[in-house]
Design a protein around this ligand. Structure first.
Ligand code: GRF
Length: 209
């Protein structure tokens, strides 16, 4: 077990329920050896920012529109991560694509509310994902934690949790069931990284190739 805390950055764009869940896990000790060192939000006026500030977490708003292009936006994110000496980045409803610089390769996780590689990609977020699963007539759905690369919802899968689809499900009822699974899966994977070290993540990614 590493002797110092894993310094986590949480990237958000909206509601912040994933952030809230992680924060609750850290503050009541269910997530051990983890510290939320930074929250980055791509939007200013969102509930996630209020959650972060109420929790007293260091928070930065970094918006696409404040930078001339995607490389500059990405660099601003990476600089903030450097300043906070972040070990692991978790995207938690972060809706912007950014270029992960080489020094953070293998250290950025995302959670997606569907069993990737299906039902992912640009525009596949929130209700759209669950609608697509229902329209495809699937009997199961779930959530996926994967290492992020520079494409939407893409990169080596680290863990998945399956949930059943009920015949009378709506995007909302299915979404709620998937979110409940997310609330278990993300902390479980982060605990694993805290216990085994960030190098373990890279090894997982390499063995899944
Ligand atoms: C999460 O449910 C996750 O599946 C996806 O975006 C959602 C974010 O919700 N990546 P919130 O902003 O954390 O409330």
């Amino acid at each position: 077990m590493p002797d110092s805390s894993l310094r986590l950055a949480v990237l958000i764009s909206g509601g912040g329920s994933t952030l809230q869940n992680l924060w609750e896990h850290v503050s009541d000790g269910r997530l051990r050896g983890v510290e939320i060192a930074l929250v980055i939000s791509s939007r200013r006026e969102v509930r996630g920012v209020a959650i972060a500030r109420d929790a007293g977490l260091p928070t930065e708003v970094i918006r696409v529109r404040d930078y001339p292009d995607m490389p500059a936006f990405s660099e601003a994110i990476a600089d903030a991560l450097d300043r906070a000496a972040v070990d692991l980045v978790v995207m938690a409803g972060f809706l912007c694509l950014w270029h992960i610089p080489p020094r953070y390769t293998g250290r950025v996780l995302n959670i997606h509310p569907a069993p990737l590689p299906n039902f992912g990609g640009k525009g596949m977020f929130g209700r759209h994902v669950h609608e697509a699963v229902l329209n495809a007539g699937r009997t199961t759905s779930g959530c996926t934690v994967h290492l992020a690369d520079n494409e939407y919802d893409h990169g080596p899968v680290i863990a998945q949790q399956t949930v059943g689809v009920a015949p009378d499900d709506t995007p909302e009822t299915l979404g709620a069931r998937v979110q409940a699974a997310e609330r278990e899966l993300y902390p479980r994977v982060i605990q694993e990284v805290a216990d085994r070290g960030v190098a373990w993540l890279r090894a997982q990614a390499e063995s899944s190739r």
